[in-house]
Every structure is written in structure tokens, then in C-alpha cells.
Design a protein around this ligand. Structure first.
Ligand SMILES: Cc1ncc(COP(=O)(O)O)c(C=O)c1O
Length: 509
């Protein structure tokens, strides 16, 4: 494909030709693998699986050869956009390219082949890895200890709120409300509600930061804490953190740092030094696992000293001087633990990837990650000012929020139309219509992994789309026309979910 902007793209997405489903490819009797039949000792199937647990009829599974299966899956994989294919500037999600070295580490048989229930004595290496990761995350955030169990950012948030609750209850004065700025990620209010608290929203001011007067108005002794995202979801560094920390601590509340945007501050500033009590991180955004796609994540929660006894358990710990069994590492449940927040010890291979990434980069490399992420976002902000409106026109952190409000008013082109058209230029769409406080938001997070040439190509594509909107808006509002899937009814899948496929012809055919 040659992009309308003149840039030859890698034609990442194949054309519109339909790929049959695996059920449609099925031919009775085909197998991906046939096991030899003779030569096995006679086994009575009844000994293996009692009749009670056996199906009367075989499962209706697709029957395909290995060759057809691999071709099918390979074709499907090329109909998707991915971080390996091109720039993925999906704001708030940090969809950066992830080094393959981290995958290679996570695939090591000594890591990947271990059962999570293996006794500590047989997995000392794994425990050492987890302890080292916890220490590294505490050094990065400036906190005293961490749990690695939560399976994602939102799971980390809930864990943090349960810790907040446990701490207040232990002080003998349970509280009922948690303050959240109106620019917060949607998971924040959801986690607060799930954690049994009431949400109190504070507005953002004209700077895009917490409105301090509004904050002071809602502070009282029923406030359990505040959840602050920093940099916030407008891509801006909150300017009054010291005052916020003093004010919230002043009424006996705790400070929760939504550290999902840690990519922007790695090695530069630490939430612990800002006075935060609880921090969650999204390892799947910051440290070598792509966010989204439904894959596993990891949302460790790091805490200040006074919250250590409440952390989920069991935690991996160093055994001072080795224990009686000669173990250097073991599992330990903190004295007032809130219990488990994951069936096992967290999504362990995401944790292994994260440590590989941290070690490979070292302290200097991590700082460079943040500096380059921030530089790239500011370069785009500057390059595109005058092309698109910048929601808050001041230096941003790792992401920049534009508004397509003018395009909508002048030509009927919405932020989501711009995003869909961008796919045809070989880029994933930015986040659209979020944060909610910006009308027609286009939230661009270039990340540190993109080269100056790619950033320029992305800017040129957005510039070309703005021109197209003025020349013939239908080119943008009708896009995409060249991708495997065009415009879909975005509400229908949620309202009328059909999660199964029946390839059999309807009765009577
Ligand atoms: C600021 C912020 N908080 C929380 C989350 C939730 O993280 P997760 O999607 O892993 O649950 C995200 C996700 O990107 C986020 O950007």
C-alpha cells in the first residue's frame, strides 16, 4: 500500500478477502497430528477416565491438518496490527515495542516449565528472581516493600484499596470515601466502588491539574485517601503534589499513586519521595510486556513501611542466614495480611520479563527510557501544533492530548474518524474520546521506542488527514476501506454478544 500521504508503508494489513473460520475449514477425519496406534500397553479406558466423567459423544471440534492450521493462524496474525508491526500511539496504554530478549528469558525452561505449586526448596532460583524484582521495583518507586501478585493495573488498584481499608480498620477508625480527580482512568472509580468506598470526584483546573480549592473543600476525616495518577491522564505532571500530600495526610488519609504511567518518570522521580503510601505499577506497560490484547499482565503494589504487615501473602522473602533446611529464599505470609489476591504468585512470566528488562537497561537505561518517551511526546506536540489543537498547551510528559473539536465543527469529522483513517497510513489509532474532560480527545503516546523518522511519518499522516477532512470529509468519515475489517457497529458486540460460531448449515438446508 502506498499511503495517501506519499509514504510507502509496510502494507501491514492484508486486504479484505475473507478468512474462513477454523470450523469452516474443518473436514471430517483430518488431524493435525496422528499418534501411532500399535505398540502401547493395553490400558482399559475405564481405569483412566471413569464413564461418569466421559462424554457420550465426541466434542464437535474442527478437524484440520497441521499444515492448514498453521496457514490459517498465520493468515489471521497478519490481519492484526501489533507492536511488532508499526507505531502504536495508543495513549494511556504505553504500547511500546518490547525487546525479544525478554521473551527469550521468560521462555527459559527453568522458568517457564515450573509448576506454581512447586515447593520452595525446588524453586530457589525463581524465588531469588521475585525477591530481586521486588527490590528493584521498590528502588524505582522509593517504597519499602511490594506484592507481585496482582494480575493487572486494575487488580493492583483493588489490592491497594483493600490495603487502605485494612490500615484504617487497624487504626480503629474505618472511613468511607476516596477522592479521585475527574481526569482519572476509568478503572480508578470502579476499583474504589469494588473496594467498598464511595467516590468523591475533584475537578481539574485550567492547567489540567487537580483544582486545589476543590480538593480542600472535600477533605474531611471520612476521607480514606486520594488516588492520584501521575503523570495524569492528560499527560501532565501534577504540579501540587507536595501540597496534596500534606493536605490528605493532614486529615489522616493515605496517598495512592496510580503508577500505570511509570514509563514517564523512571529513574527521574519516585512516588515514595513525594509522600505516597501505596503505588501500583503496570509492568505490562512499562517493562516489556505489551498492554492489552487480553494477555496476562502484572500490577505489583508497593507500599510504605507502615503498610508492610498488610501485604497479600505469601510473599517471597530472603531467609537471613538460611533456614534450618538450608533455604536462602522462602514464602512468608505478612502478620496482618489481607490474604491472596491471585490464585498463585502472580503472572510469573510477566514478572520474569520485567526483571530482564530492568537488568538489561540498568538505572541509566531506565532513565533514558523516560527521557526519550517524554521527548518524543513533546516533539509531536510541537510538530503538530497548528495542525491539531493541543488540549493543554504546555510541556507534557509521555503523552500529548489533542482535540479534534474544530474538525468536528467544521467538517463533521470526529476524533474516532481520524483514528480509523490513520490505520490506512500504517499506524495504530491513538486513544480517542478519552480523557473524558477533553472534547474529541486524541491522545497520542508515541513511547520511547519510535525513531525520529517514524514520528515524522506519524505527524505527516495526521497532517494529511486534517487536509483530507477539509477537501473531502467522506474520505475520513468512511475510513477504513482497505483494512480487513472496516467500520463496525461498536455497540452491537457489547449489546448482542454471540460468543460461539455454528458452522453447520441450518436444519432443512
Ligand atoms: C492510568 C491508568 N490506570 C490504570 C490502568 C489499568 O491498568 P490495567 O489495564 O492493567 O488494568 C491503566 C491502563 O492503561 C491506566 O492507564
Amino acid at each position: 500500500m502506498s499511503a495517501p500521504g506519499g509514504r510507502a508503508t509496510s502494507a501491514p494489513l492484508l486486504g479484505r478477502d475473507e478468512e474462513p473460520t477454523i470450523f469452516e475449514l474443518s473436514k471430517a477425519g483430518r488431524r493435525a497430528w496422528s499418534f501411532r496406534t500399535g505398540g502401547f500397553p493395553e490400558t482399559d479406558v475405564e481405569d483412566l477416565v471413569p464413564a461418569l466423567h466421559r462424554r457420550p459423544d465426541p466434542v464437535d471440534l474442527p478437524e484440520v491438518s497441521e499444515r492448514d492450521l498453521v496457514a490459517h493462524v498465520t493468515r489471521l496474525s497478519s490481519r492484526q496490527f501489533s507492536v511488532d508491526l508499526g507505531a502504536y500511539p495508543l495513549g494511556s496504554c504505553t504500547m511500546k515495542y518490547n525487546p525479544k530478549m525478554c521473551d527469550a528469558v521468560a521462555a527459559l525452561p527453568g522458568l517457564a516449565g515450573v509448576h506454581p505449586a512447586a515447593p520452595a526448596s525446588t524453586v530457589q532460583g525463581w524465588l531469588a528472581l521475585l525477591v530481586e524484582l521486588e527490590e528493584a521495583l521498590c528502588a524505582i518507586t522509593g517504597m519499602a516493600g511490594a506484592t507481585l501478585q496482582p494480575a493487572a493495573g486494575a487488580a493492583g488498584e483493588l489490592t491497594g484499596l483493600l490495603l487502605m481499608r485494612a490500615w484504617h480498620e487497624a487504626q480503629g477508625r474505618p472511613r468511607h470515601t476516596v477522592i479521585i480527580p475527574d481526569s482519572a482512568h476509568g478503572t480508578n472509580p470502579a476499583s474504589v466502588t469494588l473496594g467498598g468506598y464511595q467516590v468523591v470526584t475533584v475537578a481539574s483546573d485550567e492547567r489540567g491539574c487537580v483544582d486545589m480549592a476543590a480538593l480542600h473543600r472535600v477533605l474531611d476525616d471520612d476521607v480514606a485517601g486520594i488516588m492520584l495518577t501521575n503523570p495524569n491522564t492528560l499527560g501532565l505532571f501534577e504540579e501540587d503534589i507536595a501540597e496534596i500530600a500534606a493536605a490528605v495526610h493532614g486529615v489522616g488519609g493515605l496517598l495512592y499513586y496510580d503508577g500505570a504511567n511509570l514509563n514517564a518518570i523512571l529513574g527521574v522521580v519516585r512516588p515514595g519521595d513525594m509522600g505516597f503510601d501505596i503505588v501500583h505499577m503496570n509492568l505490562h506497560k512499562t517493562f516489556a510486556t505489551p498492554h492489552g490484547g487480553g494477555g496476562p499482565g502484572a500490577g505489583p503494589v508497593a507500599v510504605a513501611e507502615r503498610l508492610l504487615p498488610f501485604l497479600p501473602g505469601p510473599r517471597p522473602v530472603r531467609v537471613a542466614g538460611g533456614d534450618g533446611d538450608g533455604l536462602a529464599y522462602d514464602w512468608q505470609v505478612p502478620s496482618r495480611s489481607i490474604g491472596r489476591v491471585h490464585g498463585w504468585h502472580g503472572n510469573a512470566l510477566v514478572l520474569a520479563r520485567a526483571l530482564a528488562y530492568i537488568r538489561a537497561n540498568g538505572a541509566d537505561g531506565l532513565r533514558r527510557v523516560a527521557e526519550t518517551a517524554v521527548l518524543n511526546a513533546n516533539w509531536l506536540r510541537h510538530r503538530l501544533s497548528g495542525v491539531l489543537d493541543v488540549a493543554y498547551d504546555r510541556p507534557c510528559m509521555h503523552e500529548v492530548v489533542f482535540s479534534a473539536q474544530r474538525l468536528r465543527r467544521a467538517y463533521g469529522v470526529k476524533a474516532s474518524d481520524v483514528g480509523k483513517r490513520l490505520l490506512e497510513y500504517g499506524f495504530h489509532a491513538p486513544t480517542v474520546a478519552f480523557p473524558l474532560v477533553v472534547d474529541e480527545a486524541l491522545m497520542v503516546e508515541p513511547t520511547e521506542t519510535e525513531s525520529p523518522e517514524t514520528l515524522e511519518a506519524l505527524a505527516a499522516a495526521l497532517e494529511a488527514i486534517v487536509s483530507e477532512a477539509a477537501d473531502d470529509a467522506s474520505v475520513v468519515t468512511g475510513a477504513p476501506t482497505s483494512t480487513p475489517v472496516g467500520r463496525v457497529d461498536e455497540a452491537r458486540a457489547a449489546r448482542r454478544l454471540v460468543a460461539t460460531f455454528d458452522a453447520r448449515p441450518p436444519a432443512g438446508d
